[in-house]
Design a protein around this ligand. Structure first.
Ligand code: AMP
Length: 175
């Protein structure tokens, strides 16, 4: 079975979560299966190695679950991008628009040396706003974003449009 089929077989769609009209892609069945989770992390770690990253950046919260083991698989360290107010040190912040309202991501201002090659990782690429903000924040901190890696791309939301010219890898693309 291909890795995309394996992942698809371990996802669960939850309609109307967290709000009406959204079909939430629940990855917890995948995480609970050691074999499928392990193969997923191997795939993500291979991507990180292929693009020559020096650090892996995960987006809170589900991005952490994928990025930390993928970093270790590739022999690299991990950096968290967090929701506002969670990191204890001095932070840089990037705000971005949501359908209703605004969100922001923060990172420690001294987390990354200038010129470091990083991969950004998250579970789902939806509208692309979160990933675009993450890439902008990392570049502001001096990093070189050499790739963005997602488990699932929701193609109908056209998140790629917000990430022009960037190297994207989506393990599974769904309509
Ligand atoms: P976006 O900024 O619209 O690309 O949204 C991406 C962020 O929201 C990611 O951190 C995802 O974890 C989460 N997300 C958005 N849509 C979904 C969905 N349908 N199922 C699961 N997570 C989602």
């Amino acid at each position: 079975m291909s890795i995309a089929k394996l992942v698809a077989a371990h996802l669960r769609d939850i309609p109307d979560f967290p709000q009406p009209g959204v079909v939430f892609k629940d990855i917890t069945p995948l995480l609970a299966d050691g074999e499928a989770f392990g193969q997923t992390i191997e795939y993500l770690g291979d991507f990180v190695e292929r693009v020559g990253a020096e650090l892996v950046v995960g987006i809170e919260a589900r991005g952490f679950i994928l990025a930390a083991p993928a970093a270790l698989q590739a022999g690299l360290g991990f950096i968290p991008l967090r929701k506002p107010g969670k990191l204890p040190g001095v932070t840089l912040r990037e705000s971005y628009a949501l359908e209703y309202g605004e969100a922001a991501l923060e990172m420690h201002e001294d987390a990354i040396r200038s010129g470091t090659r990083v991969v950004v990782m998250d579970d789902v690429l939806a509208t692309g706003g979160t990933a675009a903000a993450a890439a902008d924040l990392l570049e502001r901190a001096g990093a070189e974003v050499v790739g963005l890696s997602f488990l699932i791309e929701l193609a109908s939301l056209r998140g790629r449009v917000k990430l022009p010219g960037r190297s994207l890898d989506c393990l599974l693309t769904v309509p």
